[in-house]
Design a binder for this molecule. Structure first.
Ligand code: G3P
Ligand code: CA
Length: 240
């Protein structure tokens, strides 16, 4: 099972910052999950919320800022003891990760705002940095996943699902040519796991923050655990 650091090592460091990504690499996570939006000038930037308030204390939404403006903003409010942790551009992340043996789960955040051609821009960046074979592209907005898959059938994708339980997601994923199901750990059950196995769909659950949840995933022989404490997950797998 792969251990993904959710928004980087966000349990101990400011989420979706280079520091959180570096710390995930340091503890030897297998992968990193991160969230992308587009700026006012149409560039990819790594941040979870549409609004800057929670992580930076700044007004407005991502698309109010240009890339140069937003990447100058500190994003440490989830861990104020850390300093110098600005909002990273997606290019900054790719330049750091490209020579590392890490899988990157890029979540396209188009569930509230749709950014024009964000899927095309993401594909262009992955090609530029030559990391097409080291990513999983996911979104709650399955239209974004379908659009990305159409542009790049060779790149691995996942369908994200939160809150409501839905039967046969694996059947839908298979029909769409999507490789993974990414459910909230609270909504997946034995029947869903069996359906995924039967249809050849991999399972990466989130947000896996306890050893009890890890036990559940181990019993299911899930493919990935996406959580805020990669050190805990690795320990549960006797890898740390
Ligand atoms: O990709 C898994 C997880 O990150 C989805 O939820 O809200 O943390 O982006 P959220
Ligand atoms: Ca996410």
């Amino acid at each position: 099972m792969k251990v993904f650091a959710h928004r980087g090592f966000s349990g101990k460091y400011p989420e979706n910052t280079m520091l959180a990504f570096e710390k995930a690499v340091e503890v030897k996570a297998d992968g990193i999950e991160l969230d992308v939006h587009c700026t006012k000038d149409g560039k990819l930037v790594i941040i979870h919320d549409e609004k800057l308030e929670r992580t930076s204390g700044k007004p407005g939404v991502v698309s109010d800022y240009t890339l140069s403006e937003i990447t100058a903003i500190e994003a440490n409010l989830t861990h104020p003891e850390c300093h110098g942790t600005t909002i990273p551009s997606f290019d900054e992340y790719c330049s750091y990760i490209r020579d590392k043996e890490m899988v990157t789960n890029v979540e396209i955040k188009t569930n509230l705002y749709y950014y024009a051609d964000i899927e095309g821009k993401l594909l262009q960046a992955l090609k530029h940095w030559n990391i097409e074979d080291k990513v999983i592209i996911s979104s709650f907005n399955w239209l974004s996943v379908a659009r990305f898959k159409k542009l790049a059938p060779h790149i691995t994708c996942g369908l994200l699902l939160e809150r409501q339980h839905m039967i046969d997601v694996a059947v839908l994923a298979k029909e769409m040519g999507i490789e993974y199901y990414h459910p909230d750990i609270g909504i997946i059950d034995d029947e869903d796991v069996a359906c995924c196995k039967k249809n050849g769909i991999g399972i990466n659950c989130w947000t896996v923050n306890t050893s009890e949840q890890m036990k559940k995933l181990i019993a299911w022989d899930a493919d990935g655990a996406i959580g805020n404490f990669p050190d805990m997950a690795l320990k549960a797998l006797s890898r740390a």
